[in-house]
Design a protein around this ligand. Structure first.
Ligand SMILES: C[S@@+](CC[C@H](N)C(=O)[O-])C[C@H]1O[C@@H](n2cnc3c(N)ncnc32)[C@H](O)[C@@H]1O
Length: 235
């Protein structure tokens, strides 16, 4: 694997005052990266590849998720392939709990749903819907915190993850941070999936996922429009 440093946690800067020099500098740099991602969108193309015998997802309410049935089916197939690893899986960004419950229904493993519900894509109303939807699932544990806080908690308790689904803030700095930090927490043969990887509205996510693919240490095992899955190499 290339020797690449761990990127800064974008949410760390949000705790600073709006005009704090570090926050201003980070925001300007992040916008620059986003613009570069948009200008070079076509350079970040990954090959399409899908599982030949994907599982059929249970019926779900598509008004509460932007994950399509094809993506869901590929996501759940990737999840099932990591079942024997046994360690917990993490979903970063749960919103109203559709993907959380779909994942939980297809595994015996613990599902850690990391989502702070602090206004970046979801708030209290969404949280109430999430809580209602996940209530019947004994294997779902919600951590009301940002991905960075969740990452530090997992690091502290030393758990190796079997699967990660990244579907939180769709920009370059956040996707890069989530992918790189949670990629480190995966067990060998574990997989990490990214959503919204091909949408011109989210060029930074596409760029970050492309860069992730170039980093080494991971092999792309699935890419359908809007969803990429990578398996960590090693035994
Ligand atoms: C696209 S939605 C997730 C959709 C969900 N995976 C689904 O399809 O059912 C994005 C979610 O990311 C959450 N989010 C925003 N910032 C976050 C952060 N720093 N860490 C974790 N989750 C975050 C938002 O609260 C929101 O619920």
């Amino acid at each position: 694997m290339q020797n690449v440093g761990i990127p800064s946690d974008p949410f760390k800067y949000k705790s600073l005052s709006k005009w704090h020099p570090q926050r201003v500098a980070f925001t300007i740099a992040a916008r620059f990266q986003e613009r570069s991602a948009r200008d070079n969108f076509s350079n970040y193309t990954l090959p399409l590849i899908s599982f030949e015998e994907p599982v059929t997802p249970p019926v779900f309410d598509s008004s509460d998720t932007s994950v399509t049935p094809v993506q869901m089916s590929q996501l759940l197939t990737a999840l099932q392939q990591t079942e024997s690893l046994g360690g917990p899986l993490v979903e970063i960004g749960s919103y109203r709990g559709i993907t959380t419950t779909q994942l939980a229904a297809k595994t015996k493993r613990q599902v850690i749903a990391v989502d702070p519900y602090i206004g970046y894509g979801a708030g209290e109303t969404d949280y109430a819907i999430f809580q209602k939807r996940v209530a019947a699932f004994a294997n779902i544990e919600h951590w009301r915190m940002t991905s960075g806080q969740g990452m530090r908690k997992i690091r502290e308790n030393g758990a190796k993850l079997s699967f990660v689904f990244v579907d939180a803030v769709h920009d370059y700095v956040n996707t890069l941070f989530d992918g790189r930090t949670y990629g480190e927490l995966l067990a060998p043969q574990g997989s990490i999936a990214f959503h919204d990887t091909d949408d011109p509205a989210f060029p930074g996510t596409r760029r970050a996922v492309w860069e992730f693919s170039q980093m080494g240490g991971f092999e792309i095992i699935c890419h359908v429009q809007g969803l990429c899955v990578f398996q960590k190499r090693g035994r």
